[in-house]
Every structure is written in C-alpha cells, then in structure tokens.
Design a protein around this ligand. Structure first.
Ligand SMILES: Cc1ncc(COP(=O)(O)O)c(C=O)c1O
Length: 402
C-alpha cells in the first residue's frame, strides 16, 4: 500500500537543520517580568529560578495585570458569561460587545466599529468581504494582510516598504492598463511595522489613494491605544476622514484578545453580513471585550501612554549612545545586528542576564538584517530600563559588537 500520509519528521528535521524550528516556552504570567520555562514539549514545564525582565511583548501599556482591567474581565465573566456561546449574528451579541464598539468608534472618529475574535480574523474577513479587484500592499505588511490578499483571490501589487512614491507609480502604471477603468482598488498598510518599528507615511498614501480613487485600509495593530487620545497613527495625523478602513487588534496595548474594524456605518453593515470570519465564528468572549474596553478607557484617560513613550525614548537614546543602531520611529526598537549568529549571541547574552529580547532572523527579516526586537512597556520602572541597558553593554561587549 502506498503511503499517502505526511512526512512530518522530515519537515521538522529540515526546520531544525535550517535553525528555523520554533518551540513554546511558557511564562508564569503576562507582565513586564516573569519566570520562564525551557520548552517542555508535552511534559510539565519547570520554571526558571530567576525572574526575567520582559522587553519582548506587545503588552505595550502593561495593562494585562492592571487591577481595573482584570476586574472588568472578571465582572463580565460573572454577569455576562465566559464565552459568547454563538456567532454574534445568532445569540452571541451582548452589551459588552456593543459598549466596546461604541468606544472604539468614538476613539477612531468613525460612525461605527465591529469587533472580531482576532486581529487576524479582522484582516482576512475584511479584505475578502470587500472583494477588491486589485490590492496595493506594502512589502512588509503583516501575514494576516497577506493571507487576506491571497484569500481574496485578486491581483496583489506589492510596493516598496513605506514608499508612497513607489505606490503612486504602481497606481499610475495600473491605471494605464486596459481594464483598469471599472476596477475597485484597495491600498493596505500597517501603520506601525512590527519588525522594523517604522511608521507608514499615511498622509502621502492617502494623497496617492485620493488621486486615483482607491480606498485605503490601515492596520493599527501596533498603534491602537498609543497615540492621540488612545487612537493610533491615523488619529495622531488627523486622517480619520481620509482612511476608509481602520483596523486593529485588542491583543496588544489593549491587553486582551480580538480585533476590530472601524469605519462608516455602511462598511460595518457589509462586514456584519459578508465577512465570513465574523459571520461563521463565535463572538469575541465577553471578558475579552470588557477587558479591552477598560484598557482603552485607561489608555485615553491616564498618563500610561506618556510613561511608555518616556521609556521608549530613554531606551533608544541609551542604546544609540552605546553605539547600537536602532531602527524605526516608534515604541518598537529593533536593534540592528546584521549577522544572524551575532544576533543569536547577543540575544543569548541578554537572556543570561535575565533580560528577554529575542533575535529576529531571516526569513522574518532580510538576510544580513538580523536584529533584536526590543519593546519597552509603560510599567517598566527606570531601574528596569537601566538594567536592560547595562545588559546590552555587557552582552554587546561579550559578542564583540561594541
Ligand atoms: C500588524 C498586525 N496585524 C494583525 C495582527 C493579528 O492580530 P491578532 O494577534 O489579534 O490576531 C498582528 C498580530 O500579530 C499584527 O502584528
């Protein structure tokens, strides 16, 4: 009998050989510090004896262990339920979903918003529901955007990273083609890029979109909650009226789980009806919706954002003063190392000093551009930032990088 199964062992060996095999290392809690365990496979994990400082998560505002956010989740679980129990369109729509969506719409300056069960689902669901004829996509866009483009089955034209001039020339070229006149076009970009810390030139992208009648969709996953009044880069730059689809996650600064889309009432009505990732998926769990609402409220009405930006500036300045090259222009601080082995050595040196700053290597980033992705959290104390900088100096010297 022929074997029509799958050679999983071979696949895993190939990953191992290419040093691309990943594994799970649990931590005791999600906060700015914690105890990690070595990957345990299916066995019981054993936590390290030393506590590590975490400079690697997207919990940018440090709200995952905030008492108010935890109380909101607890209360929603007790009064509404632990799960939505069904698609929002059946019986899974609750008051906490409606509250969250009203607050998101207010923050994003739109008529309405819609919560999805993840940011991934929001991107895939929205892009496919719009059914564009052509998508123009930044070359470094997130995997969930790329998967949305693939699933939409239309032509995707990739433009150079954060390059509005390249986008414009690709729009121009497409406009010259024979059947472009009745096509629908969607330009899609992250606002803050997760691995590079770069910020998309949104105003120039909107100019290009408007010149050609295209729609613009912006993924604010790494910006939501961090900019003006708890909004994203779209709010910071006053572009809410020019961006057709504002998308983001609840899983990063908002310390919860889920995704959202904000836009016109018509857009949201269409997504409620046509986004398969919304229609055929159980509604966001009520405790997640309530936690995100509370986190968004705190992001809007406290000094937590300022504390994050202070920490990011302190850390960036300290690293640059030491001689490291720090990329980007946001709270994400990619420390460029170059060689993948050097990046691994630096990350290992940091880990030996109880600081978690993972190495990012090809194929996630281009060959020769390996880096450590360093993300401060609003709740890191000044001493934590100093400890991180001291570890960078010592580990950098050990790895001959300074
Ligand atoms: C830019 C971007 N978009 C979308 C997502 C997906 O969001 P979620 O984790 O909520 O599924 C992520 C998360 O990694 C992201 O970085």
């Amino acid at each position: 009998m022929e074997d029509r199964g799958f050679d999983l062992e071979g696949r895993l060996d190939a990953l191992e050989e290419a040093t691309l095999k990943r594994s799970l290392s649990p931590v005791d809690r999600v906060a700015e510090r914690g105890y990690f365990a070595e990957p345990a496979g299916g066995d019981l994990p054993v936590l390290d004896s030393a506590e590590a400082l975490v400079f690697a998560s997207n919990n940018y505002l440090g709200l995952t262990d905030d008492q108010r956010v935890q109380d909101a989740a607890r209360q929603a679980a007790a009064t509404v339920g632990t799960g939505a129990g069904a698609s929002r369109l059946v019986t899974g729509d609750t008051m906490v979903h409606q509250d969250l969506e009203r607050l998101l719409a207010e923050t994003k300056g739109t008529e309405r918003a819609l919560a999805f069960s993840s940011g991934y689902a929001a991107n895939v669901g929205t892009i496919t529901a719009l059914e564009p004829d052509v998508i123009f996509s930044d070359e470094y866009n997130h995997a969930s955007i790329i998967d949305g483009c693939r699933l939409a089955g239309c032509e995707t034209i990739v433009y150079d990273h954060c390059d509005a001039a390249d986008l414009r020339s690709k729009l121009e070229r497409r406009a010259e083609s024979a059947d472009a006149s009745d096509e629908s076009w969607l330009i899609v970009t992250d606002s803050v890029f997760s691995m590079d810390g770069t910020v998309a030139p949104l105003s120039a992208i909107c100019d290009a979109a408007e010149a050609f009648g295209a729609w613009t969709m912006v993924d604010e996953a790494h910006a939501t909650g961090l900019y003006a009044n708890g909004g994203g880069v779209v709010q910071a730059e006053g572009l809410a009226d020019r961006v057709d689809v504002q998308m983001g996650t609840l899983s990063k600064a908002l310390a919860s789980q889920g995704g959202y889309v904000a836009g016109s009432a018509e857009l949201i009505e269409c997504l409620v009806n046509d986004a398969r990732a919304f229609v055929f998926s159980t509604g966001l769990a009520p405790p997640a919706a309530a936690a995100a609402s509370e986190a968004l409220h705190i992001a809007r009405h406290s000094d937590v954002r300022e504390r994050l930006w202070e920490n990011a500036t302190h850390l960036r300045d300290g690293l640059e003063a030491m001689g490291f090259e720090v990329l980007g222009d946001s709270q994400i601080l990619p420390v460029l190392v170059g060689d993948r082995e050097d990046a691994l050595a630096l990350a290992d040196g940091m880990r030996e000093r109880d600081i978690v700053t993972p190495a990012i290597r090809p194929p996630t980033v281009p060959e020769g551009a390996s880096r450590l992705r360093v993300t401060p959290i609003a709740t890191h104390e000044q001493d934590d930032i100093v400890a991180c900088l001291e570890a960078f100096r010592a580990a950098g010297e050990d790895a001959d990088l300074l």
